[in-house]
Design a protein. Sequence first.
Length: 357
Amino acid sequence: MHIDKILINNFKNYKTYKASFIDGINYLFGENGVGKTNLLDAIYYLSLGKSAINTKDDENIRKKQKSFRIEGFYSNSNSYICYYDSNSGKKLFENNNLYKSLKKHIGKIPIVFVKPLDINLLRGFSDSRRKFLDTLISQINIKYLNKLVDYKRTLKQRNVYLKGIQHLRDVDEDIVKTYNEKLIELNFFINNVRNTVIKKLNSNILAVSNKLSREKFSIEYSTNVKSDLSLVDFDKKLESDFYTNKTSIGIHNDDYIFYQDDRLIKRYGSQGQQKIFIISLKICEYLILKENSENNPIILFDDIYHKLDNKRIELLNNYLKEKIFKQIFISDSVHERLDKVKISKDINIIELENEKT
């Protein structure tokens, strides 16, 4: 499945905009600041009901406006509308039918977004890496998404309960036990799924990186959830949990450590090597989505060539031409590359300019 057309109103820098796309390579060209990233983010928004850039929906509304609207038309004859109003909130429609829950939409339009901010997967905190993996898994496993939501709710309830108790001796053991039993069950499920996906990512990334570079990349799953996790483990941590108002055991502490030739890539990898690792990782995300989804994923590459030398760019372009991918979006601002792209007859070129106001 691919997106054929998009209509945008008051989303970020766009007042009114429409564009048509092909099932193949769509090349978005324009100077910095014209809205290439925002157009890609609008496509992403239609897939997951949220921005890949801004965490707050109010930040996606065009200046001096109170709402935005994005509508997409797809090759399976379905249409989707994302509407957000600063007063009434978010609404998502499929063929003009309102979703009662946004979770019902996740996975219907699988998508991967490769963007400059992804460097935070290497340099940022562990929550960004968990979010990456959770977004991937949630698109192919609705049970995982539901369990993850349940886990976060139970974890918050346990922490709030402990925070509301003034003295450790006043903690109700039965209440804490109920939370702990639920968390153990959810930890085992989520940990097992994450383990499986990490193994698949490791398998794929060797093949992908072999096409794009000579580096050997790998991923290590770091967790404090033991295979024999029990109530005893939670009991041992109760005192420290009480004084910190946090639950010290669980998948919310998980991390994923990235290596290049068995050395930490964030420490020893060059900018080009780190960039090609991120691209390889995201392509692996695409391959897993493709293998586990009814519909072919859409893949978005924002400013993909930045910090890559000519050899790596050539390897990447050759790889993208393989029949692995269906619909690709690439944003760029270098005129020399645009001139080369114009020679090709099978690439849809969309040239963006600053909106006249």
